[in-house]
Write a protein that binds this ligand. Structure first.
Ligand SMILES: Nc1nc2c(ncn2[C@@H]2O[C@H](COP(=O)(O)OP(=O)(O)OP(=O)(O)O)[C@@H](O)[C@H]2O)c(=O)[nH]1
Ligand SMILES: [Mg+2]
Length: 319
């Protein structure tokens, strides 16, 4: 991509051209590493949209809920992009198709962009690819960007590290299940939603989550923002207005507490730089012709050196 092409892509995205965005996200999905100069330019133009991560167990109603939220934001005149990341189905795209169906009501609205991303390559790359796709979306004139991902396991928590505000969607569950789900969830959620409020255990689950959050706040009194627990019925649209208001309050809190949001932003960026660094190193090592690494291999083979020394030498050179 030459300079003029790069500028044209940047301008197309700035003008809100969704075809350019869709094409770029496909290239990111394929692991196309020629996009780096473009991503560099785009990153510097981002930072204007409200980015929200939505996660939770499979089938909790995340997509139904997001579709409701989108309708609400559209009624307020806000432009919304949704990135549904699907780490579970590399080839079938089953859940991805499901998301399209659930969000179909917005298909003809040009103030809404919905895009799924599946893990075509290795899992580790998906988090980085998600970050890259977000760079593309953030360089466009969206007011809100939602990243939905299924919340099971480490990889998904990694993906959520890209979003400054994370909403955790749960379903009504028995007390033991809440205890089991507890590990880690209070760490990542800024907003908790108990969806499927038509289920009898909904109120009990809300209470248990509130107890858990209160406990976590006592352990980390410096956290500032106290995550609220909301109850929704995504199919009927119950509780959505309250959820939209809670999301607004959350963004307003971080806007009025710059030290909190800077600390959180720095943590995300450290993580992001680490992701990019690992990917770059991996690529260099795989290529097998790296001028920094190759000359050190003979000494390593003879065991006159060791991988730890070589690795720190390489890191020193980077630094
Ligand atoms: N009873 C009830 N069902 C709901 C509610 N919200 C969503 N559902 C249903 O739950 C099922 C799963 O909804 P999705 O929105 O696809 O859930 P998801 O969390 O996006 O699922 P994955 O992306 O596959 O993890 C669908 O059949 C929805 O109609 C609710 O509030 N009450
Ligand atoms: Mg979904």
């Amino acid at each position: 991509m030459n300079g003029a092409e790069l500028e044209a892509q940047v301008a197309a995205l700035a003008a809100g051209d969704v075809r350019t965005a869709a094409r770029l996200i496909s290239r990111i999905e394929r692991g196309d590493d020629t996009l780096v100069p473009l991503l560099q330019a785009l990153y510097r133009r981002g930072g204007h949209a409200q980015v929200i991560g939505v996660t939770g167990p499979p089938g909790a109603g995340k997509s139904t809920l997001v579709s409701r939220l989108v309708a609400h934001w559209r009624a307020q005149g806000r432009r919304v992009a949704v990135l549904a990341v699907d780490p579970s189905s590399p080839f079938t795209g089953g859940a991805v198709l499901g998301d399209r169906v659930r969000m179909a009501e917005h298909a003809c609205d040009d103030g809404v962009f919905i895009r799924s991303m599946a893990s075509r390559s290795h899992l580790g790359g998906l988090a980085r690819a998600t970050g890259d796709a977000l760079v593309v979306l953030e360089a466009m004139p969206w007011d809100v960007v939602v990243v939905e991902t299924v919340g099971v396991g480490q990889n998904e928590t990694e993906i959520m590290r890209h979003a400054p505000v994370v909403m955790l969607v749960q379903t009504p569950m028995g007390g033991d299940d809440v205890q089991a789900a507890k590990a880690g969830i209070t760490e990542i959620g800024d907003l908790f939603v108990v969806n499927k409020a038509d289920h009898p255990q909904a109120d009990a689950t809300v209470r248990q989550l509130l107890d858990m959050i209160a406990l976590a706040q006592r352990l980390h009194p410096d956290r500032g923002w106290q995550p609220p627990v909301l109850k929704t019925q995504a199919v009927e649209g119950g509780g959505i207005a309250e959820l939209v208001a809670a999301i607004e309050r959350c963004f307003a809190h971080f806007a009025s507490h710059p030290a909190d949001s800077e600390r959180r932003c720095s943590a995300r960026l450290r993580h992001r730089v680490g992701e990019v660094l690992r990917e770059l190193l991996d690529r260099r090592l795989r290529a097998g012709n790296d001028p920094g690494i190759e000359p050190m291999l003979p000494a390593l083979r003879r065991r006159e050196s060791d991988p730890y020394t070589v690795a720190s030498l390489l890191l020193e050179r980077i630094g």
